[in-house]
Ligand binder design. Structure first.
Ligand code: KIV
Ligand code: ZN
Length: 520
């Protein structure tokens, strides 16, 4: 497809909710996945790979819910080249406006011999069978040759021929272990394009970042004629991750002169998509990360600042505005009103509803009374703590707490919590430290056994009046839940985070019970 300037469209296939979500530390519950999928729809990616339907009941449910809800993107489910996987994938995506079944099978000698225990001939046969089977359900079928870049190119060509003859509408070349180098990708894509009949089939690439080359390899493939790139927001994914969506899109945007290509992605939604993912997963991006890192558009050196003041093009190859990072113009303080806060919060990439705005304004006023200068980071941390809340009838709210700690006394804590529209509950506990005492007191008040898996606290800004931002991960009935809290008092921030995680856990368990009852 070409636009009016004769530039070629590059399709963006987003795998944040599949390759990204399956990697350690990035798991999301159904509600979180739906929020991320809506954001990806706003970002205007072409395809959302919503998950791997056959893997578990939860995975199936989330792919299905995304397929039911998102109507402006193609929705894909991954499937091994097996009938049961393909059945599940189709069941999950069949209500999508534009469904895609994505089947894969490994083609490298090492994978065929040790993992699949199949001969190359058997792999060719299984490829054709799997694509034909998927094709009975769905006109859009993608075939991925896992570990393609470590496969014999002549054999790979035969496998892709079988896939195309069976009706594959996309053939995907994964650099599964991040082993390729850009010139190799150029050569491989050129070889495949010359050897295949691609009149009804797109060529896609899927590069991992083990040697830091995922973006470079994907772009080398595009320059050699690939039509589609598989990538993830913030580059999350297995091990060192996948090619970062923001890097792929902004390379094609900034250097469209070289690639002679464009994407349909709304670049101004890049920053809030990145931010949404960090909020949902609790994993931040490094400050120097291209496009979305905190310092990506910051100019510190005097010589650079001087150049920027004279002409922004001296040191700026793309504007922060082009990725939705608006220059801070509104400075907030204790006299600021709700409208100024609302403008700031939108500037930071959030879209609060009325209820969230009321809570945010209350917390902002309290902070403004205690802290002289309120930075964007302060507002961001407050917003994040409110956005990570689950609004549910099960929600507990902190009324007050008393904490005793020191090096000549034991650690004890008493907390009082208000259960939504219900009674006040109290818990008291001793602990090995003040946080241990506080969390045990909350467990006693709620009368459930939550296990703390992870806890961290960091200062939101510099200075002794900085807010503390606490993140916790707990396990409850075989599932894990995250919580986040901020306060100028680090113990209070920790208590907020723990209560937030508990509310998320109880809400998820209530939803599960309600769903089971509905199914009966
Ligand atoms: O990395 C990989 O090979 C994959 C495939 C399933 C596309 O994720
Ligand atoms: Zn992958």
């Amino acid at each position: 497809m070409k636009n009016t300037e004769g530039k070629k469209k590059i399709y963006i296939f987003d795998s944040t909710l599949r390759d990204g979500e399956q990697s350690p530390g990035f798991s999301m519950n159904l509600n979180e996945k739906l929020r991320m999928a809506s954001q990806l729809e706003k970002l205007k990616v072409d395809t959302i790979e919503a998950g791997f339907a056959v893997i578990s009941k939860d995975d199936f449910e989330s792919v299905k819910s995304i397929a039911d809800k998102i109507k402006d993107c193609q929705i894909a489910s991954l499937a091994r080249s097996l009938p049961a996987d393909i059945d599940a994938a189709y069941e999950a995506v069949k209500n999508a406006a534009d469904p895609l079944i994505h089947v894969f099978l490994a083609t490298s000698d090492i994978h065929m011999k040790y993992k699949l225990k199949k001969t190359p001939e058997e792999v060719i046969l299984q490829t054709g069978e799997a694509v034909r089977y998927a094709k009975k359900y769905c006109s859009n079928v993608e075939f991925s040759a896992e570990d393609a870049t470590r496969s014999d190119p002549a054999f790979l060509l035969k496998v892709f021929k079988a896939a195309i003859e069976a009706g594959a509408t996309v053939i995907n070349v994964p650099d599964t272990v991040g082993y390729a180098y850009p010139a190799q990708m150029t050569e491989l894509i050129t070889y495949l394009k010359n050897g295949l009949d691609l009149s009804h089939t797109l060529v896609s690439v899927h590069c991992h970042n083990d040697l830091g080359l995922a973006t470079a390899n994907s772009l080398a493939a595009v320059a050699a004629g690939a039509d589609r790139v598989e990538c993830t927001v913030n580059g999350i994914g297995e091990r060192a991750g996948n090619a970062a969506l923001e890097e792929i899109v902004m390379n094609l945007f900034t250097r469209s002169d070289y690639y002679n290509a464009y994407t349909d992605v709304d670049t101004q939604n890049i920053y809030n998509s990145s931010k949404m993912l960090t909020i949902l997963t609790g994993v931040k991006v490094q400050p120097n990360k291209a496009i979305v890192g905190k310092n990506a558009f910051a100019h510190e050196a005097g010589i650079h600042q001087h150049g920027m003041l004279e002409n922004r093009n001296t040191y700026e190859i793309m504007t922060p505005e082009s990725v939705g990072r608006i220059q801070a113009e509104i400075v907030l303080g204790k006299h600021s009103g709700k409208h100024a806060l609302e403008a700031k919060i939108k500037e930071l990439g959030y879209a609060p509803d009325d209820g969230q705005m009321i809570v945010l304004f209350e917390r902002f006023k309290k902070l403004a009374d205690r802290k002289k200068s309120i930075s964007d980071e302060d507002i961001d941390a407050l917003a994040r703590s409110i956005f990570s809340r689950h609004s549910s009838d099960m929600a507990y709210r902190l009324i007050d707490y008393k904490l005793n700690s020191g090096n000549i006394v034991g650690n004890t804590c008493q907390v009082r919590l208000k259960k939504f529209s219900s009674e006040t509950v109290t818990g008291i506990a001793l602990g090995d430290g003040p946080i241990d005492a506080a969390f045990s007191a909350i467990n006693n008040a709620v009368k459930e056994d939550f296990t703390l898996l992870n806890y961290s606290i960091e200062a939101v800004t510099g200075g002794t009046d900085a807010q503390g931002a606490a993140s916790v991960k707990i396990s409850f009935k075989d599932s894990t839940f995250k919580g986040y809290g901020v306060s100028m008092n680090i113990f209070e921030a920790s208590i907020y985070a723990y209560i937030n995680a508990i509310n998320n856990a109880l809400a998820a368990k209530t939803e599960e019970v309600e769903k089971r009852n509905d199914e009966r």
